[in-house]
Design a protein around this ligand. Structure first.
Ligand code: ZN
Length: 352
């Protein structure tokens, strides 16, 4: 199942980026140690992670963004888009260009697809491909992205889909990060999208949602899907049955039980224009429940958009349901800690 964010816009941001908080050399060195020790062996990997944790100073819990000059414009740009009508452009077909193997912080073994000649420049633009990967790897701590085993670069032209994550074709517990190289110049929208995509890994990865082999092996079979959904006592995103104490199951039970059926009706609509129209009506009806219009797509996009606002935005002071969805993540100390780590990384890695 593809997990993505559609951008039918490009963001124009004129705000200057200024210097932001410096986390100091000590933390950077510690994370590099963990990265270098990243190996496929699970026991060794856990040991490396524990070592990184034990040698680091306790992570400071930061509730406000530490480099507001960067995070402010990112969130403002998303809000600006939500308030616009978001008229959809013609969507070109997604063309895969190249796929790399991911090992820890490194990408290697680029496998080139056969592409039309007009896409060859983008296909061979290894510098940009590498730069985007390095930015992602700099943002998300290595121990939090070990389900990513593949990095693919594609394009559908400017706008439309910026990035997505999907289960790999061979292993439902391993995931692929895919980025449209034509949309990577704007680091505000790139950052928002990479944080959003990470939210899918965080909430749908194999430690949260046990992948359904039956659905994975026969993804178009509705009967198989229905059987798996019926057998699942908790929330069932497309990938499998969520664990009872998973983030997405808690989020669903807290926020979605009353509106899920109505939302599902929309997903059955095959006509893309009609589907979009129904989704907009659904969002308009429940606007105070969602941080963006895109969040109204389904629980998976909702938790992920709320996650992105949790990471990149200030702690909400209101009590709307949309605010409660962002506050949801503050109930999990490990996510508050991860937020701090990502924000610190962002402030260092965001291009000046
Ligand atoms: Zn998404």
């Amino acid at each position: 199942m593809k997990r993505l964010i559609s951008l039918f816009f490009m963001l124009t941001l004129l705000l200057a980026v200024q210097a932001c908080a410096d986390l100091g050399d000590e933390e950077v060195d510690a994370s590099e140690v963990a990265t270098e020790e990243f190996v496929t062996d699970v026991a060794a990997e856990e040991a490396a992670t524990e070592e990184a944790v034990s040698t680091e100073a306790p992570v400071e819990v930061i509730e406000g963004a530490v480099c507001i000059d960067v995070t402010g414009p990112i969130i403002e740009s998303v809000n600006a888009v939500s308030e616009s009508d978001g008229g959809s452009e013609t969507v070109l077909e997604e063309t895969p260009l190249v796929t790399y193997v991911v090992s820890g912080d490194e990408i290697s073994d680029p496998a080139l697809e056969t592409v039309p000649s007009e896409l060859e420049d983008q296909q061979l633009d290894e510098a940009t491909q590498q730069q985007v990967w390095e930015y992602y790897a700099a943002l998300i701590p290595a121990e939090n992205r070990d389900t990513i085993v593949e990095y693919s670069v594609f394009t559908d032209g400017v706008d439309n889909t910026l990035a997505m994550v999907t289960q790999t074709k061979t292993d439902p517990a391993a995931w692929s990060l895919q980025v449209d190289i034509a949309d990577t110049a704007n680091y505000y929208s790139l950052t928002y999208t990479l944080v959003h995509e990470y939210g899918h890994l965080l909430t749908l990865g194999p430690d949260q949602v046990t992948p359904s082999e039956a659905v994975f092996n026969d993804p178009e079979n509705v009967d198989v899907l229905n059987e798996e959904v019926a057998a699942c006592p908790d929330y069932f995103p497309g990938e499998g049955c969520s664990n009872p104490d998973s983030y997405i199951n808690a989020f669903y039970n807290q926020f979605w039980t009353e509106i899920y059926e109505e939302n599902q009706e929309i997903s059955y609509e095959q006509d893309p224009d009609l589907n979009q129209q129904m989704l907009t009506e659904f969002y308009d009806k429940y606007q105070d429940q969602f941080v963006t219009e895109y969040a109204a797509t389904n629980p998976e996009e909702d938790i992920t958009e709320s996650w992105a606002f949790f990471v990149l935005g200030d702690k909400p002071t209101g009590d709307s349901i949309a605010d409660q969805k962002v506050l949801f993540f503050y109930n999990y100390p490990e996510l508050v800690e991860l937020r701090s780590a990502i924000l610190g990384n962002l402030c260092t890695a965001f291009p000046q």
